[in-house]
Design a protein around this ligand. Structure first.
Ligand SMILES: [Zn+2]
Length: 157
């Protein structure tokens, strides 16, 4: 088994064959595109240049947009979508997608990768949709994650 197929406690990730249904992915991308689109409310304030959508294991979709303030404060669209999800007391993510510059899909930044993993360790198995129909898993984007037993960090302890 490939390392990126291992999930929490080394268990195999769930079979995503059903998850790979293209209509489900298209619906998720459309949800991110629906909230995407940068706008300004003030000369130093912008939002929406990235839109994100999460589909939970329960099948619900949550969206979010980024906020960028002049002083450097702000947060990513994925973080906003995670907050929406947590409001409904869900945490297990099946798939995530972000739409950024020119409407192109992009992988989450490092901070968001960690956030997705830490809100629920099972999310290391979640699918990350990428441009041109490609995809990966969060585990592949966070190899040897510190939350996973058996990683070099834990072996040292
Ligand atoms: Zn981010």
């Amino acid at each position: 088994m490939e390392p990126d197929q291992l999930g929490v406690r080394g268990e195999a990730c769930v079979d995503h064959s059903v998850e790979r249904m293209k209509n489900e992915d298209a619906r998720l991308i459309e949800a991110a595109q629906a909230v995407w689109g940068g706008f300004r409310l003030h000369e130093d304030f912008s939002a929406g240049t990235v839109g994100a959508a999460i589909r939970t294991a329960a099948g619900n979709i949550y969206t979010g947009i980024c906020i960028d303030l002049a002083c450097g404060l702000g947060f990513c669209a994925e973080a906003a979508a995670i907050a929406e999800m947590l409001k409904q007391r869900e945490s297990h993510i099946a798939a995530v997608v972000a739409v950024g510059a020119d409407g192109v899909l992009g992988a989450p930044c490092g901070r968001c990768r960690e956030m997705i993993a830490q809100v629920d360790r099972r999310n290391l198995c979640c699918r990350v949709l990428l441009p041109n129909g490609k995809e990966t898993t969060l585990a592949a984007l966070l190899p040897d994650h510190w939350l996973e037993p058996g990683t070099p960090k834990q072996a040292v302890e």
